[in-house]
Design a binder for this molecule. Structure first.
Ligand code: ZN
Length: 160
């Protein structure tokens, strides 16, 4: 019965879970790229496989508690599995590096924005100072104007 496996490891491909009969030993998971619900024979655990929907290469999750011995693999299958695991690791490392780079550039942009905000705050503060000074000057001018008007009125009154 052990030899009844229909496919070799490299021929294993995930199926759309909604459109195929999911057996009890199948691994059901979502594509991390397009979110499609997929299923694959448990022998596919840890393998890099193409998503039938978006065609990106994705790693089949290894179910919790699954042991290497659960696969009853031949040496050839162990070799294939190791190659896939390594490919998945390299893929994960390159995605991590990409994300770190993105994070660094976000931090840079954030700092640039903070600088812009600091400049705007400084501009507002100096505009506010200018307008307070202008208000004080205006009060002085209008005070003088009042006094001059009063003096003029008195002078006119005296000459009448
Ligand atoms: Zn996909």
């Amino acid at each position: 019965m052990m030899n009844e496996k229909k496919e070799t490891l490299s021929e294993l491909a995930p199926q759309n879970a909604a459109e195929s009969t999911v057996s009890e030993t199948d691994i059901v998971f979502d594509c991390p790229y397009c979110g499609k619900n997929l299923c694959i024979d448990y022998h596919g655990a840890g393998l890099m496989v193409p998503c039938p929907e978006c065609e990106k290469r994705i790693q089949v999750p290894i179910p919790e508690g699954m042991e290497i011995t659960d696969f009853d693999s031949s040496p050839e299958e162990v070799r294939v599995r190791l190659i896939h695991m390594r490919e998945a690791l390299i893929e994960a490392q390159s995605r991590l590096a990409e994300q770190q780079q993105e994070l660094a550039s976000l931090r840079e942009r954030c700092m640039a924005f903070e600088q812009i905000f600091a400049n705007i705050r400084e501009t507002f503060r100096s505009v506010h100072e200018d307008s307070s000074r202008m208000k004080r000057d205006l009060a002085l001018v209008s005070g003088s104007l009042e006094r001059i008007t009063k003096m003029a009125e008195e002078a006119i009154g005296e000459s009448l």
